[in-house]
Design a protein around this ligand. Sequence first.
Ligand SMILES: [Zn+2]
Length: 176
Amino acid sequence: MASYVRGGTPLRDEEFRAIIKEIDRPRARYNMAAGIAYSRFLEGLKRGEILGTYCPSCRLVHIPPKIYCPYCFRYLSKWVRASDEGRVVTAVISYLSATLEKLEKPEIIGVIRLDVPGYRFTSYRFPGILHRICGASEEDVKTQRIFDARVKARWLPPDKRVGSITDIECFEVIWG
Ligand SMILES: [Zn+2]
């Protein structure tokens, strides 16, 4: 049986660097189908509309929309348009970007309970969206003044929208 013999000549640092190429930002691009519900949702954003699906069994509007209610397992075929206004349910100050870099200017991220004209929801089950909140300070978050504040979506101009959740730049606080 052949046995492995240790030895050989170690590479010098410059030889090693000539062979090994460092990639500090790998480009891992991929495509996937968004599916029936998300495709329609993303197309809606392009037109400045926030769409959801309604479950007649639990009376919840799902945003982003779902084709099956995750609570009732029912097929959902009724689409509704939510308002682009709502209230802040909860918010935090984030000092890191989505790619974990330290932010020069911290961002406020929160859950927005969206209004859907003609529909009522409980305070714990509602159509909501997680997004950036603008027009508020860190102090507004620390003092919890931001909680329950009214907000309205700030949209990118129509020609800049691509059918992404970032077509909404942020939800801007309307201080009353
Ligand atoms: Zn349901």
